[in-house]
Design a protein around this ligand. Sequence first.
Ligand code: AMP
Length: 404
Amino acid sequence: MKILVLNCGSSSVRYQVFGMSDERVMAKGVVEKIGLPDATLTHRPTGRDKVEIVTSIPDHATAISMMADALTHPEYGIVESLDQIDIVGHRIVHGGAHFIGAAMIDEQVIAELERLTELAPLHNPPSLAGIHACEEAIPGVPMVAVFDTAFHQTMEPEAYLYPLPYEMYERHGIRRFGFHGTSNKYITSRVEDILKTPAADLKIINCHLGNGCSITAIQGGKSVNTSMGFTPLEGLMMGTRCGDVDPAVVAYIMRKENWDAHEASECMNKRSGLLGVSGVSNDLRNVIEEAEKGHMRSQLAIDMFCKSIVRYIGAYMAEMNGVDVIVLTAGVGENSPLIREKVCRHLEFAGVEFDSEENKINGKEHAITKPGSKVKVMVIPTNEELMIAREAKTLLEKRHVAID
Ligand code: AMP
């Protein structure tokens, strides 16, 4: 079975093809700068040289059609024809309250996704464009939608409701949804495998620290609370997003700066976080580099970032009445010994025995606490694409059973 996984952003399309007999990546690639004259397709067939094509790519349909050409190319393709792809898995950011798991894409699902664009105006439209482009480029191949929100549908109302008038929930559906669910699901299954313990018996806190950051409390294998909310803006301080601020600040800044809602949202989503505080970059590597040279605001940004992580870990420890495993994942979690150490040093009170030698190792699955540590802290590289492929495979197999 071969599965194509697609992740469509506003100006990019990322793809991976998996051979599911051994879950190996056959090819991966990315189309970037869609809409610009110097858009780029970078195609990497496994074990062969990468191919780069720079050209004007006006829209997602063109990007998907170029990807299709690359996948079937006589020199650097990986299949002779696209009908050798059994199923396409689409990463969809927002599944609202409707989708509690992955769904085979049909007209009803597309209609629901269109309805949900109001909740995720930045994220869902490119995914819909990707779905329509696949209908054109790979007609007849079934497609599955895998939602970032689905894993969090297990939260109880006391976790997902905001203390606003209840009618705001009833009339407008305002509630916490949570994101990074596919990553959380993958990490939960890795923790089970590594510790040889069923998730049902574990309390896990997963810290997904990338460009976007979220922390999730996972008890008995289920999300019981998560830091991102109605949108991916709430919670931790992130690369360009502010995370939690006093909501009254928003109205105050709008008055003071004469901004409309769009300008305020732009400021909080794109000009805040590490970038906003440091004034240097949204990329933690650059911020760390400047802090090491003595740049005060970069150091402040790093300290604030770590404090926000520790605050959520502490809150979720209390909420679950303890924790067995804390996982650090995504770009920062997998690659930054500095942030890992700063966070772990705050958690010694809870029984985290930090191992500074292990912490030097990046990008591979391992514990960064001493063997007897009461609370284990682990680095586990996430793999959302593989999780999407597994979900797609499961749905396809269920469909075959139903048809048989
Ligand atoms: P992601 O969204 O998971 O790809 O994570 C991207 C972020 O990870 C980047 O913006 C960097 O801030 C961060 N990152 C990646 N490598 C490192 C590193 N070696 N040290 C610190 N931060 C890193």
